[in-house]
Design a protein around this ligand. Structure first.
Ligand code: CA
Ligand code: CA
Length: 290
């Protein structure tokens, strides 16, 4: 099952028409455009030349049969393939160097094996999904905005081998995926990772009795709560509270004790601080939940 990259949306919305239907347990390939809708191809193509109505396209939505409001959608990321080159950019008003950025620049980075080449430097690939989410219950949310439904979370832990747990807010969940990065550091400080087109293979599964706060990432050795809010402080508090909730449910520790555990071994990290909401994550090794 495959969704081609011409099936894109720019708003995650319950009224979007599904482009494919899958069953729980199915594997689906999402072909994705880069966040500029694939128009930046050379170092001469600048951000000011792009159509801002067509940024952050997400491929989909996928309707998952049997997904009902209140269920949880587990999205296991089986493979991320990226194209032969990516682009990173800077422009005034983009990212965290603010008024120090006086001009525009694009850096096309070829992919060579497990590396991207930036200004002669070999950057190890850490392929990740920038935009992934389900339709929210109420008003639609533009694909550039992260919130409780997922969206533009730009979290580098949403990578091959990880599972992302998302809320089912509407029947069928309406999953959409886009904005791959071949590499990105925590923070995404200039507002762009190594933006790249590609394709993602996921396995979708509907969970009926999964009562943890979302969005949530599971890797081989860690659980991570994700939270997106207007400020880093609000996002941090939500990610922390959601992880405390998970610890209390999974262990014999009470809230105070769960908090102390996080003080000792939990890592609060930045996903991104450049999108319309900031995204933080709280990480905890699974060994502490036994
Ligand atoms: Ca993004
Ligand atoms: Ca991006």
């Amino acid at each position: 099952m495959r969704i081609s990259r011409d099936k894109t949306i720019f708003i995650m919305d319950k009224n979007n028409e599904p482009v494919l239907r899958a069953k729980s347990g199915d594997e689906v390939i999402f072909e994705t455009c880069d966040c500029f809708s694939d128009v930046i191809k050379t170092n001469e193509d600048l951000v000011s030349g792009i159509d801002f109505n067509r940024v952050n396209p997400a491929t989909g939505p996928l309707y998952i049969e049997g997904a009902e409001v209140g269920d949880v959608l587990k999205v296991k990321i089986k493979e991320i393939k990226v194209n032969s080159q990516g682009a990173t950019v800077t422009a005034p008003g983009l990212g965290r160097l603010s008024d120090k950025i006086t001009g525009e620049e694009t850096a096309i980075c070829p992919i060579e094996g497990d590396y991207a080449i930036y200004k002669g430097l070999k950057i190890p690939l850490n392929k990740m999904i920038g935009v992934i989410g389900t339709a929210p219950a109420g008003e639609g949310v533009p694909t550039g905005v992260p919130h409780d439904h997922g969206g533009n979370m730009d979290c580098k832990m949403i990578k091959e081998g990880a599972s992302l747990y998302l809320p089912v807010n509407v029947e069928g969940a309406l999953l959409a995926i886009g904005d791959l990065h071949a590499a990105m550091g925590d923070g995404e400080i200039m507002g762009a990772g190594l933006e790249i087109a590609g394709e993602v293979t996921v396995e979708v599964e509907v969970l009926k009795d999964f009562n943890y706060k979302l969005p949530l990432i599971e890797t081989e050795d860690k659980w991570m709560t994700l939270a997106s809010r207007e400020t880093m402080e609000e996002a941090s508090d939500l990610a922390i509270n959601n992880m405390v909730d998970l610890i209390v449910k999974k262990t014999d520790l009470n809230l105070h004790q769960a908090g102390m555990l996080l003080s000792l071994v939990g890592d609060l990290r930045v996903c991104q601080i450049v999108d319309p909401n900031m995204t933080m994550r709280m990480e905890l090794k699974k060994e502490y939940l036994k």
